[in-house]
Every structure is written in C-alpha cells, then in structure tokens.
Design a protein. Structure first.
Length: 700
C-alpha cells in the first residue's frame, strides 16, 4: 500500500495494526468520536467509535474519508515563502528556522510601533480547545494584538439564547427520539447534523410528525411530513403568529408561564399583533400552514424544536431566534425531556477558558476589537482615531477568509496590499494561502492532541494523535510556541505542552469538572446534566426564568421583546435586484473545507445556482446554462439548475467553493454583504438581493 503522498510501509516487517481514539474537529454539532486504524504507523481508516452513543459508529461521508485529507498529494509539508505577486500562488520552500525568524522580525518591528496593527484571523477550521484558540490566544494576548470578534457563523442565535434562556443551552439531543412533534427550523439536518437525524428517524417510526421550516426544499425537507417554505428573514413573523394562535386557542401552560417566565404580558400584547393572515403575507406561505402548525405545536406533547443557524443569518436573525426560543415556555414543553428546544448545547460545558487562553497576559491592556465579517473593509482602512492603526500584519489560522468572508471582492483587495504582511497556517494552498507571504504547514486532527466540547450534545471528547506529523507539519500550538520564543516571551505558560492544555480546559480551583482519566480510557465523558434541565425553570438568566422580555437588551436601548425585523435588503424594494439569494452549504463540503478532496468534489459536481422554473422561464434560462448572478457588490458566474429546491423569488447559491475553482475565479461570497445582524454582530449571508441573467457569451 502506498498513500497519496508517498508514505510506503516497510513490507518486510510483520504487519502491525492498532486503533487510536480521537474526535472529529470540524464545525458540526455532532462532534463525533473517531477510531483511526493504523497499519505499520500509517492511518488506513477513520471510522466512528461504536462505543460512543452519540456517534454510534457512524460518520458523515466527509469525515469517513479523512485519510484522503491527511495524506492528500497537495498537502503543504514544509514552510513556504512567497516569490511571486500576491495572489499568484508562487512560493519556494524555506526552513522552519528561516520562516520563523523572518516572521518574528516583521512582527517585532510592527509591534514596536503599535501591536494593534497586528491582527489574528481564525474561526472553526478546528473546534478543538487547544489547536483553535489555546496557545494562539496566549500569543496574541501577550503581544497586545487586536482582538477578533469571531462571529461569522452563530453569533445572532447564540446571543438570542443568552438573552432568552440565559446561555447556549437546551434539551438533550438524544431525547428528540421520544418527541411526538419535531420542528426542524433552519437546518438541513441530513447534510449538517446527521446524528440528530437518526433520532428524528426513531421518533418518526414511533409516529411523530416532522415539519421542516426552510426557504429551500432541502434533502431534509424531502423526508419530512410537511415543508414550510417561507421567505428568507421572515421567521420571527411566523413564530409570533404561532404565539398568536397559542394564545387565542388557549394552548398554553399557564402554570409554567406564571412560575418560570418574565415578561408574559408584554409578549402577549406583541404576539396578538400577528394574526396568521398578517404573517402569511410577510412569509408568503398559506395561512393554513401557520394555523395547522400552531395547532400541532399547541396540542402535541412532547413537542421539540431543532433550531439551527441558517435562519439567523439575516438582519433580524437575533430577534427571530429569540421569538422561537420563547415558544417552549409558552406550552410548558420544557417539562418533558423530549420537549423543548435545541440550538446549541455549548453553554452547558464548564470550560475554563481563562486557563487555556490566559487573558491575564493582556496585563490590563484593552486592544481594539475587529469583526471578522468586516475584514474586507477593515483591510482597506487607513489609520484613524475611530478605527485605530492600519492593519499591517495578519496571521490566519483555521480559516480561509478570501473564500468564506462576505463581499469577497473587497477581501481580495485587502489581501492584495503589498504593505500587508500575511502569515497563513494551513494544510493546503487555499484561496487565502495564495496571498500569504509565508505559509506554515499545520497538522491535521490525526497528528496532534486536542480536547473538544460540542454544540450538539453534552459529551467531552479527547483527541489523541494517531500518526506522527506528516512531512514538516507542526500543530498550531507548536507554531505559536516557537513564535513566542522568537518574540522573547518568557512566561512559563508558553512552555506547556498540548496534553497539559487539554487537562487545563476543564480544570477549576474547586476541582476538575471532567475526569481526564476517563477521557484517556474511553475517549469521551458525559456531563452530568438532568434529562429535562428546565422542567422546573431554573434557567441561567439573571432572573432564573425564561425571559420573554430582556431587561438587559432594553438597557442597551434595544427592544426588550422579540419582533419581526425586515431584511437589510428586502425583495420588492429594488427593481434592479428582484431575487433574494441564500447560500446554504453544499452537502459534501463543510464551509470551504473538503473542497479539494477530489472524491467529495466529484460527488458535489460544480458550483450551482438553484433557480425556480418560473424565475428561470422569465429570464430565458434553461437548465444547465451558465448564468451571471450579480448585484451592486459584484458578479459571479456559475451553472444554473432549474430546481424544485428553489422557491419562487429566491435563488440558492450553493457554497462555499474555493474561488479558484469557479468559472471566473470567484464564488458566491462575491455577492454577500458585510452588514451585521441585530444581535451578536453576526453575518447576513442570507440577506442578499441579486439578479440573474443568462451568460450570452458562454451560450455561444
């Protein structure tokens, strides 16, 4: 056997085989437990750990092919230095010592003037607490670099839960199997939450009704009893109309409301302004769908809502999430373990973030904070009193901003700056890596220690390294340790190894919150959380109750009640760009990860825009034609698929493809906006108007 990058075991040796326990690192609520099979030190198979109940031995298609990623022929295996113009992707190999010395020299010079001119850019390329923001956070805190708001995915919904339930908390995912009504709201669970779908299937076999709420007719919607295809950005109107019907039909748990909620009278008055007919007009769905769903939700027990992040990527995403999060308290659904709501469970984990990231290294400094969504604008800003120093250096890890950040035309302009010093820690030469001054080869999950929480279940997972680092690759933690040494940082915390950081993640002065010996033995440990955590209220809010009215929001000058907010870009307000566009993920990619794994790209095909037959006919667009999708921010060319998955008036630009694989070197984020959500300063990827035209040149 020879792997893709040419690692050939010595066949003269007796064949040895073993398995190593690990955890999936990717941005998915399932956080699966892995088993990596080794033969003579080479990983030959990655599978789900059958001993982990949440994983059940099952992996998604993407991660089951993880060895293709670790041993990919295009993997970066030694440090690279740019020799061509930015964006051309021309590099030469250099030694680690040479790369680190030159990087440190650049950073020292900038830091001597103003360390805030140096900025990190990272997100969830790995969700591990060590390799994501462990040693990296220590490095940037000691340096005094700009801070980063990491809000590109889930910030609006997360802040909504904090303001309503007190944190990113909810029901346990495994108990959806006992629900009699499951509402899947803003989630293509089959593609993005596979292990939750197993529980849905079990509930369905037991007679549960399954409803999907999503502008797109997803693979998940295909398998549900009903699909409600509302307009993007109208979810709060639907939730308020459901409340209206719960009130007028008295499908309420008055005792639960009285004992365990705050702001009922105010919310009741707001909801009564939203009869189904009004919401039906806003959402563009039949009135009967709204009244029918309200009846089902009000009269079926237990009823559960699986809320996900698609619906909060619009201007009013926080308000919409707040409105939906109020629903279980109205019906008392929290009383039963198979009732309630789940958006994220991450707030249930007792992580000692300070022990891992060491904010004390800031030593009383308060650097400016940049928002990762507005990186396009921020890279093009000069120094100013309101902004601070011009960004002179950017260190990118666990992210591919040139592909994934909105309004990517501006992002590219920023990365093209010759006076911007850019370092990228990566596995592959991504769109972002093409603009780097140095690319540093990072390890994959099979090659390093890490520890993981989850946002879809309540188990802690430990990842052990299964193989030695391939080539000259180093863990993120080791790279930042080496940079810290060259910067002259002498604090003992920069010498701690990765296993020590893993142990620190759940350590507390009053005792460890997770038994590390259990993690070493089994690979996972389950948090001791009640089956129905809010059956008797006791929410982690200041009041201890579900807060329909948030005094904290009101104190900020915001509406204390959830309400429907129109999108920044509202269909009908612009004759020039009459179509709403959402950009849900392609099923076989995870954001921009796995795009370069050929077997997965072959399944996915090519970048597509799904368009409804009526909208295609009105524009003379046949199925399979090349189209130009455009708005005031840019233009993007791709194939059109006339599809029943698109509702009238909405097109679906499936992402996130690497720009370099697009027909004209762009992707769907050429069109998206850098504007922010109402709560959490999150992205508005699905709050976007466009027009679509047949590409006449391609048709010739």
């Amino acid at each position: 056997m020879t792997t893709a990058i040419g690692i050939t075991p010595d066949v003269s040796l007796v064949k040895t085989s073993s398995q190593v326990r690990g955890a999936c690192p990717h941005d998915c609520p399932d956080t699966c437990a892995l088993l990596t099979t080794l033969e003579n030190g080479v990983a030959v198979k990655v599978q789900g750990n059958p001993d982990h109940p949440q994983t059940g031995g099952v992996l998604c298609t993407k991660v089951s092919r993880y060895t293709e990623r670790s041993y990919h022929p295009e993997r970066i295996l030694q440090p690279l230095k740019r020799v061509g113009p930015k964006g051309a992707g021309r590099f030469e190999p250099v030694s680690w010592d040479s790369a680190l010395d030159e990087i440190a020299t650049h950073l020292k010079g900038i830091a001597a003037r103003n360390p805030e001119a140096i900025a990190p850019y990272s997100y969830a390329g790995t969700m591990g607490l060590v390799q994501a923001e462990g040693m990296a956070a220590r490095f940037f805190n000691k340096l005094g670099a700009s801070l980063l708001e990491r809000t590109i995915c889930s910030a609006a919904g997360g802040e909504a839960l904090v303001q309503t339930l007190g944190g990113k908390v909810g029901m346990k995912v495994e108990f959806f199997a006992g629900s009699q009504l499951i509402i899947i709201w803003g989630s293509n669970s089959i593609g993005s939450n596979l292990h939750f779908w197993r529980h849905v299937q079990e509930a369905k076999r037991q007679g549960a009704r399954i409803v999907c709420i999503d502008p797109r007719k997803t693979e998940t919607a295909d398998k549900c009893h009903e699909h409600i295809a509302l307009r993007p950005g109208t979810d709060a109107a639907l939730a308020l109309a459901l409340m209206h019907e719960l009130i007028v039909n008295d499908w309420l748990d008055h005792d639960y409301i009285a004992q365990h909620t705050v702001g009922w009278d105010q919310l009741k008055a707001r909801a009564l302004l939203w009869p189904p007919a009004r919401a039906a007009e806003v959402c563009d769905v039949p009135v009967a769908q709204i009244t029918g769903l309200a009846r089902d939700y009000g009269t079926t027990k237990p009823a559960a809502i699986r809320l996900n992040y698609g619906m909060q990527r619009v201007r009013g995403g926080g308000n919409a999430s707040r409105a939906i999060a109020c629903l279980p308290a109205l019906t008392g659904a929290w009383r039963q373990r198979a009732g309630g709501l789940l958006l994220s469970s991450s707030g249930m984990f007792p992580i000692n973030k300070a022990a891992v990231q060491r904010p004390d290294l800031l030593a009383g400094r308060w650097p400016r904070t940049l928002n990762m969504i507005t990186i396009g604008d921020d890279l093009l800003r000069d120094s100013s009193p309101g902004f601070g120093p011009k960004i002179e250096a950017l260190i990118v890890y666990n992210s591919n901003p040139v592909a994934v950040a909105p309004e990517s035309g501006k992002v590219v302009q920023g990365f093209e700056r010759e006076d911007l010093f850019t370092v990228v820690l990566e596995h592959f030469q991504t769109d972002t890596a093409d603009y780097a001054d140095f690319i540093l080869p990072a390890t994959t999950q099979l090659e390093h220690w890490d520890i993981h929480a989850s946002y879809g279940h309540t188990d802690v997972l430990l990842n052990r390294p299964a193989i030695k680092p391939v080539g000259e690759a180093r863990p993120n933690s080791a790279i930042f340790r080496a940079l810290a040494a060259r910067m002259g940082f002498t604090e003992p915390c920069f010498l701690e190894d990765d296993e020590t950081l893993c142990r620190a993640a759940f350590s507390h002065p009053d005792g460890d919150k997770v038994d590390f010996s259990e993690l070493l033995d089994k690979g996972f440990a389950t948090l001791p959380i009640p089956d129905a955590p809010f059956a008797e209220g006791v929410f982690p809010t200041p009041s201890g109750k579900c807060e329909f009215f948030s005094a904290r929001l009101a104190a900020q000058g915001l509406d204390g009640l959830p309400d429907q907010l129109d999108n920044h870009e509202t269909a009908g307000s612009s004759g020039e760009f009459p179509l709403a566009m959402i950009s849900p993920p392609a099923r076989n990619f995870l954001n921009s990860t796995f795009v370069n794994v050929k077997s997965l790209r072959d399944i996915e095909g090519e970048p597509l825009l799904e368009i409804h037959a009526d909208d295609a006919a009105a524009r003379g667009i046949p199925d399979g034609a090349v189209v130009r999708v455009f708005n005031q921010r840019g233009s993007y060319r791709c194939k059109a698929e006339v599809s029943k998955r698109a509702r009238p008036g909405v097109v679906n630009g499936l992402g996130v493809w690497w720009r370099k694989l697009g027909l004209d070197g762009t992707n769907v984020n050429q069109l998206t906006s850098q504007r922010l959500t109402d709560l959490g300063r999150g992205p508005v990827f699905y709050d976007c108007l466009v027009e679509v035209q047949l590409d006449e040149a391609a048709a010739l």
